[in-house]
Design a protein around this ligand. Structure first.
Ligand code: ATP
Ligand code: MG
Length: 365
């Protein structure tokens, strides 16, 4: 199949810090698998403009995090030979698309978005919501439609964004004719990976909540975080029965471990299911399950750390990858923007359009 015909996927991450294992299981893993399958064209971007919507007064944090996120991408296996990696602010076409889409959405529709509502609460904006923040689901639609994406490998919190995106595409196409394509989310196949909780047990591991295990953490940092995690508060003694469903250590095990890992690090159980059954009956200590989790996290993060180390030593290579990615992204986004402007009839100086509109109107009067 010609490369052009392959379906496109797009995903991005806000450079508000380093990426964590929630990103890994929620989105990075899926996108690397999709990239390596060779069946898709992939665009992966660092969403600095979006990060500024709630960090306008802290631009240094965003600037500093750009290279961190780029290093995280490369270290988990995003391959610049197979994927286009770019920085959002370097593709100004996305901003123009955003402004065009702003007119197609009502304020009340934006205010109903459950993810945005929740984030407004968490960030403590109260009555001082930055306008750019409120409209970020609209700019996300520009990010995906600009590249004709049909698939978005993301975590569960992104469902309302994609829904909003499809509405914008339908409205645009209904007014101006078939121009943009709709996209759907590709969620992780494990329930526990869709929204990995924080090490503090809170609903979501999130850079802004300071409850993360970062991909670039040292083994010592990870040990402290894992050994300090909550399990089942009623599981006080080893022999007591324990709960596994909402036990954060087990949530992580279900999201991260394979049965092969269990056989390697806890051979007496063979599968995660049988370990869970035994914990529920009693007789499995919390230190044991935390040590198991630690071994599995280390197994996953060791090769990632090594790759990161290579790129940290070859920073110019990383910068060149980003620069080339931005150039490619600009040219693809420009093609979409030109189509959009043409559909809207605002390419006034192309093919003498403005004069034609004038003469046409005059004739009809
Ligand atoms: P911030 O706190 O700045 O919003 P974040 O940690 O929520 O940062 P984002 O950059 O907003 O990270 O999210 C990037 C992608 O990672 C999205 O697709 C999101 O769904 C996914 N993701 C983020 N956190 C998790 C998580 N805890 N579990 C599963 N997926 C996640
Ligand atoms: Mg977020």
């Amino acid at each position: 199949m010609d490369k052009k015909e392959k379906p496109v996927f797009v995903t991005g991450d806000r450079p508000t810090g380093k990426l964590h294992i929630g990103h890994l299981v929620g989105s990075l893993k899926t996108r690397v698998e999709m990239q390596d399958s060779g069946k898709y064209q992939s665009y992966i971007f660092i969403a600095d403009m979006q990060a500024l919507t709630d960090n306008a007064k802290n631009p240094e944090k965003i600037r500093e995090s750009i290279m961190e996120v780029a290093l995280d991408y490369l270290s988990v296996g995003v391959d610049p030979q197979k994927s286009t990696i770019f920085i959002q602010s370097q593709v100004p076409q996305l901003n123009e698309l955003t402004v065009i889409f702003l007119n197609l959405v009502t304020l009340s529709r934006l205010q109903r978005n459950p993810t945005v509502k929740n984030e407004i609460k968490e960030k403590g904006f109260k009555d001082s919501i930055p306008v750019g923040f409120l409209v970020y689901p609209i700019s996300q639609t520009a990010d995906t439609t600009a590249f004709n994406a049909t698939l978005l490998p993301v975590g569960e919190d992104q469902n309302p964004m994609t829904e909003q995106g499809r509405e914008i595409v339908r409205t645009f196409n209904a007014i101006y004719g078939d121009t943009l394509v709709e996209s759907t989310n590709v969620l992780p196949n494990k329930k526990d990976s869709m929204r990995l909780p924080g090490t503090d047990g809170k609903a979501k591991m999130s850079k802004s909540m300071n409850n993360c295990i970062y991909l670039s953490d040292t083994p010592e940092e990870i040990k402290t975080k894992v050994m300090g995690m909550f399990t089942d508060p009623n599981h006080i003694k080893v022999e007591m029965p324990g709960e596994t469903e909402n036990n954060t250590v087990f949530v992580y095990l279900r999201a991260l471990a394979t049965d092969e890992d269990i056989r390697q690090f806890a051979p007496e159980f063979e599968t995660l299911k049988s370990l869970e059954n035994q914990y529920r009956k009693g007789g499995v200590g919390d230190v044991k399950i935390k040590k198991l989790l630690l071994s599995i996290i280390e197994k996953i993060l060791t090769p990632i750390r090594e790759k990161r180390h290579y790129y940290e030593e070859h920073i110019d290579e990383v910068i060149k990858i980003l620069e080339d990615g931005c150039e490619k992204a600009r040219s693809v986004a420009q093609e979409t923007l030109s189509k959009v402007r043409k559909a809207m009839g605002i390419e006034y100086f192309k093919d003498n359009a403005l004069k034609k509109y004038y003469l046409e109107t005059k004739k009809n009067k």
